[in-house]
Write a protein that binds this ligand. Sequence first.
Ligand code: FAD
Length: 403
Amino acid sequence: MSQVIIIGAGPAGACLSLILSQRDISVTLIERRRNFDREFRGEILMPSGFEALMQLGIDEKLNKVSNHSPRQLKFFLNKKQILEINQKEVLGEQSIKAISQVDLLETLVKECKRYPCFKFYRGASMKSLIKEDNRVNGVNFLLDGGEKKEIYADLVIGADGRNSIVRRQCNLTAYEYNTPMDIVWCKLPKPQDWHGASAYAGQGNLLIAYQSWDDQLQLAWVVLKNQFKDLRDEGIEAWVELMSDHVDPVFSQHLRQNTSFISNQFFLNSVSDCVEEWSIPGAMVIGDAAHTMSPVGGQGLNIAMRDAVVSANYLVPILKKDPLNLKNLDEAIKQIEADRMNELKSIQYKQSIAPKIMLNQSLLGDWARRVIALLIKLPFVARVLGKINNDFLYGKIKIELIV
Ligand SMILES: Cc1cc2nc3c(=O)[nH]c(=O)nc-3n(C[C@H](O)[C@H](O)[C@H](O)COP(=O)(O)OP(=O)(O)OC[C@H]3O[C@@H](n4cnc5c(N)ncnc54)[C@H](O)[C@@H]3O)c2cc1C
């Protein structure tokens, strides 16, 4: 029997597994995929996520994880550049990075394996929670070879992402933010002289393009909700044509010339929600399982890792006590939720505003974007926008691992 079972070796589950293992708390981590590249994840690491990662005490190994930090950030409205920011000048060393999730997660689980109290089932799917006397005390899971297993623990943590089975089995209800958009993700070869990230807004569309960790250009084509079927039916040439019509002439030509090299297409159904209560006795959820993040502002990876650090702060002192007091443990998991809600509510609310302006296809929307483009150069407006961005960049609160 482990002290803790964690379902899902995404950023939340892998980080929390490592922190607990480092403190000699026995952890069983269950991940349904054999390979991390089978699950598409966000790869934007903000200073807020970097802050969480650096608390793991493995800086040297983490610094070797493949990443790329875009030098120039450019903003276009109706194909005209309205702003250019040099990341280093504005953010200093704490820059935004595109990071290889596969590399990051492999590094984290490899580090976990150094601790004898850590056990990892890779290619194993959790199927159901086990309960006794109204308390969760274990899980049933299935190995990819077909073998069924059951294991027991003092606490089960669902870090199993946006379609969390733990969330469903605990009957946790969520409130949902209206997210009017979906996203087409894909990669293509990078133009030779491309060194940063560009965002193209206008006519109710948005295209984000950045140089990623693998030296490819990562594209995110933001479309209004429920357009996927049309886009799939029309085929790749049709939506490349739409994107090309939306950007400056040089990039437009590059897109058209490289249509046949487009790879890693992924249609992301954008969701933003948060469960009202994160736990029941013996089980809790963190990361996307607790609050699926909208892609706006590249927050999901970062918030998931921050959840892990805060969770450890509450769990470690209780789990280290001998004998363990289950009532105190259930109390601690409630405090994790209370602690995280402040940052989450604020960030999810701010994420919900941008698409309303960016994707508004009415004349009013066009007018609002033009006004913002004009006002953005005024110090007062820049300060207000900077404040919103600060939460996206650094988080709303300081996160520190204190155990
Ligand atoms: C296409 C896309 C683009 C995104 N872009 C960004 C971005 O640019 N920046 C950003 O910060 N965020 C982005 N996100 C969001 C980000 O990927 C997530 O918020 C983040 O990965 C959440 O981490 P997590 O650990 O909570 O869950 P996940 O990363 O989803 O990990 C959950 C893990 O649980 C496993 N699992 C699920 N069910 C089971 C089960 N029954 N048994 C065992 N294991 C199970 C899954 O295989 C998975 O490995 C994006 C997401 C997607 C899908």
